[in-house]
Design a protein around this ligand. Structure first.
Ligand code: AMP
Length: 363
């Protein structure tokens, strides 16, 4: 966490300990408790904003970054504990990424069980780490003491064979947690949301229970999670509130944009222009702009050229942009109210009356 002592302009502020928020789930749950939101049954809440972490900056990892998060929380009687909630959240996320045009995402799924499972697992993990931890990286040596679960986050290649030998939380799940996880997987399979089981996915914070997940993207590099989330059935009680099972996620907005750029580079979301408009001279710019506006209103994807007199250059630019047609806008065409439309693939050129242009291009 980003924590420091206030140097304070006012004497009364001096020495105050200040911390910037590292995440928002606990804040949402505090608001849930403070405003007694359980009276409303099942709550679906969201937030968007900056978060701060004192981490070593690298590609995709910043000290100030932005999250878009959502939580579903409420009394168990309102259905908040149901595996249907987990699957609903995951299906929504898959749809969001698909609709944004992000291709190549991978949903990684695990269950981290409940506090009892975790206690047994932690003991087993500590025991398994004892004889090997001296051979691991400095971070892992620290984690082994402070939070052994986090050893599974290690990306140091030399540590991987050691980590492979460690026990997994999946071996420690009780009956209820196994049933819950099986139900989540069954729904996801039924609705056709693909997922990969990753029994190394533990998520760092103690309050997570049962379903834990991340959506990753191969093109992001070492920091490959676009978003992460999970269930936190005991968090409200831990913060002094009533029992209120919940599940939520935080999308890393910065990484969402990076994934979008990667997907666009893969040319799956970049639309090629239907038509390149080539004005013959500066005097034709207003006419060309008007045609672009008219065609765009009909959902034609338009690239608008500039006033070059050299048709050859216009043809080169249109071809490079991958346009299907080139539309030539000169004085004669404007006067006649019909424009030369050339199919760049076949070389066929026809004269099309202004009113029929959009239709002709879309055909
Ligand atoms: P977490 O709860 O730590 O898994 O964070 C959720 C998401 O926020 C991650 O999947 C990332 O997309 C994003 N995120 C977390 N930490 C950072 C950071 N330091 N810089 C940029 N994005 C981050």
């Amino acid at each position: 966490m980003f924590t420091w002592e206030d140097r304070g302009r006012a004497e009364s502020d001096k020495g105050n300990s200040l911390t910037l928020r590292p995440e928002n789930t606990a804040g949402v749950v505090r608001a849930y408790i403070e405003h007694k939101l359980w009276d409303r049954g099942l709550n679906k809440l969201y937030y968007i904003g900056p978060q701060f972490r004192r981490e070593r900056p690298q590609k995709g990892r910043y000290r100030q970054f932005y999250q878009i998060g959502a939580e579903v929380i409420g009394p168990a009687s309102a259905g908040s504990e149901s595996p249907a909630r987990d699957a609903e959240v995951l299906e929504m996320l898959a749809t969001v990424l698909d609709r944004l045009g992000i291709t190549g995402w991978n949903l990684e799924l695990n269950s981290v069980g409940c506090p009892n499972d975790r206690a047994a697992f932690n003991t087993a993990l500590k025991k398994a780490l004892e004889p090997v931890v001296a051979n691991m990286c400095a971070d892992c040596q620290r984690r082994a003491v402070t939070n052994p679960l986090r050893v599974f986050d290690c990306k140091v290649p030399a540590d991987q064979p050691i980590i492979d030998t460690l026990p997994r939380i999946s071996q420690f799940l009780d009956e209820a947690c196994r049933t819950h996880f099986a139900a989540v997987k069954e729904i996801l399979t039924k609705v056709g949301v693909p997922f990969t089981l990753n029994d190394r996915l533990v998520r760092g914070l103690d309050y997570y229970t049962r379903t834990a997940f991340e959506f990753t993207h191969g093109a992001l590099g070492a920091q490959n999670a676009i978003l992460g989330g999970g269930r936190y059935d005991g968090l409200s009680e831990a913060l002094g509130g009533p029992a209120a099972p919940g599940i939520g996620f935080a999308i890393g907005e910065d990484r969402l944009v990076m994934s979008l750029q990667e997907s666009a580079c893969a040319e799956s979301v970049l639309k090629k222009p239907d038509v390149y408009i080539a004005p013959l001279g500066a005097g034709m710019n207003p006419e060309a702009a008007l045609l672009a506006r008219e065609l765009r209103r009909h959902d034609v994807v338009v690239d608008l050229g500039d006033e070059t007199f050299r048709l050859k250059k216009s043809f080169e630019t249109a071809t490079k942009a991958g346009a299907k047609y080139i539309l030539i806008v000169g004085g004669n065409e404007v006067e006649a109210g019909a424009f030369a439309l050339k199919n760049l693939a076949t070389g066929e050129q026809i004269s099309v009356p202004r009113a029929q242009l959009a239709q002709k291009i879309q055909e």
